[in-house]
Ligand binder design. Structure first.
Ligand SMILES: NC(=O)c1ccc[n+]([C@@H]2O[C@H](COP(=O)([O-])OP(=O)(O)OC[C@H]3O[C@@H](n4cnc5c(N)ncnc54)[C@H](O)[C@@H]3O)[C@@H](O)[C@H]2O)c1
Length: 299
C-alpha cells in the first residue's frame, strides 16, 4: 500500500464497523495517524459498546500503524468539540475529518414515529454539522495564525436514498440529501482557507445493508468496503486539493461523479397566471420523459 497519507492526522466517525472501520484501516496503512471514533451502537442507534473503537485501534497497532480510540457521540455539540480538541491535543494537529457515523430507523411515512425521525436526522445531519463546524473553526484559526492555507479535508457521507430516493427511508433520505447540500455550501465557504469538502455515496456490504436483499458470494465480494476506503483515502490525501464540492457514488468497480439538481425543461415566459396549470402539466410530462430516457424515473 502506498504512503499516500503519510503524517496526516485523520478522524473517522463511526469507525468501529463497516465502511468506517475500513477507512480507519486503510488510512493507517497509508501512513495516517487515525482517531477511531465510535459509540458502538446497534444499527438503530441503541445500546453502547465503548470497546468497539478500541478493537479497531488494536488492529491498526498490530499492523504497525498509529491510532487512538474516541467514544464521543458525534451528534452532541460538546462531544463533537471534544473529539476535535482531544485529537489536536494528542497528535498536535488535524488534517482530515471523515463523517461516516450513521444509523437507520426505516419506516413508511404513515407509520413513522416522531422519535424515529428525530434520531436519524440528529445522528446524520447534526452528526455531520457538529464535527465539521468545530474542525473548520480550528483550521480557520490555524490559517490566520500562519497566514498559509491549510490543506485540510472534510469528507461526508450521503446515500443513494438521499440523492435518488428509497421507499421507507424518508427520515434517512432527508438527512442524506441535506448532507449533500451541506457539502456543496460548506465547500464554497471553506475554499478560502484551503479546506475541501466532498461527499461519498457508498454501496457496500455491511450490517446496514445486509438485510436489504439476498446477494451472491460474488456480489458480496464486489461490495467490499475497501473500494470505498480507497476513494476516501485518496480524497484525504494532499493529492486531492483541487477536488471540492463533489459527490461521488461508488461501490466495487463502479464510480461516478453525481450531478445534482439542475434546471430541466423550461417554459416560455408566462404573462397570465391563470394559464399556469397546463404549462406545469406540460413541463412535468417533459421532465418525466427525460427521466425515462435516463432510466431513473422513480414513480
Ligand atoms: N453500507 C452501504 O451500502 C451504505 C450506503 C449508503 C450510505 N451508507 C452510509 O455509510 C455510513 C457507514 O455505514 P455502514 O454501512 O458502515 O454502517 P454500520 O452500521 O456498519 O456502521 C455505522 C457505525 O456508526 C456508529 N455510530 C452510530 N451513531 C453514532 C454516533 N452518534 N457517534 C459515533 N458513532 C456512531 C455505529 O456504532 C457503527 O459502528 C453511514 O453514514 C451510512 O448511512 C452506507
Amino acid at each position: 500500500m502506498s504512503r499516500l497519507c503519510e503524517g496526516r492526522v485523520a478522524i473517522v466517525t463511526g469507525a468501529a464497523r463497516g465502511i468506517g472501520r475500513e477507512y480507519a484501516l486503510q488510512l493507517a496503512a497509508c501512513g495516517a495517524k487515525v482517531v477511531v471514533n465510535d459509540l458502538g451502537v446497534s444499527r438503530e442507534g441503541l445500546g453502547r459498546d465503548t470497546s468497539a473503537a478500541q478493537q479497531v485501534v488494536d488492529e491498526i497497532k498490530a499492523a504497525g500503524g498509529e491510532a487512538i480510540a474516541n467514544c464521543d457521540d458525534v451528534s452532541e455539540w460538546k462531544e463533537a468539540e471534544h473529539m476535535i480538541h482531544s485529537t489536536v491535543e494528542h497528535f498536535g494537529k488535524l488534517d482530515v475529518v471523515i463523517n461516516n457515523a450513521g444509523i437507520l430507523r426505516d419506516r413508511m411515512l404513515v407509520n413513522m414515529e416522531e422519535s424515529e425521525w428525530d434520531a436519524v436526522i440528529k445522528v446524520h445531519l447534526k452528526g455531520t454539522f457538529a464535527p465539521c463546524h468545530h474542525a473548520a473553526v480550528y483550521w480557520r484559526n490555524q490559517q490566520k495564525l500562519t497566514g498559509e492555507p491549510v490543506n485540510a479535508r472534510l469528507i461526508n457521507t450521503t446515500s443513494f436514498s438521499g440523492l435518488l430516493g428509497n421507499i421507507g427511508q424518508s427520515n434517512y433520505g432527508a438527512a442524506k440529501a441535506g448532507i449533500a447540500a451541506f457539502t456543496i455550501i460548506t465547500a464554497r465557504e471553506l475554499k478560502r482557507y484551503g479546506i475541501t469538502v466532498n461527499a461519498i455515496s457508498p454501496h457496500a456490504q455491511t450490517r446496514m445493508t445486509e438485510s436489504l436483499r439476498e446477494r451472491t458470494p460474488e456480489e458480496i465480494a464486489l461490495r467490499h468496503p475497501r473500494w470505498i476506503a480507497a476513494a476516501a483515502t485518496w480524497l484525504a490525501s494532499a493529492e486531492s486539493a483541487e477536488v471540492t464540492a463533489r459527490v461521488f457514488e461508488l461501490g466495487g468497480g463502479f464510480l461516478a461523479a453525481m450531478e445534482g439538481w439542475h434546471r430541466g425543461p423550461q417554459a416560455e415566459p408566462i404573462d397570465n397566471p391563470n394559464a399556469i396549470g397546463p404549462v406545469m402539466l406540460d413541463l412535468a410530462r417533459r421532465a418525466r420523459r427525460n427521466a425515462d430516457m435516463r432510466g431513473n424515473d422513480l414513480d
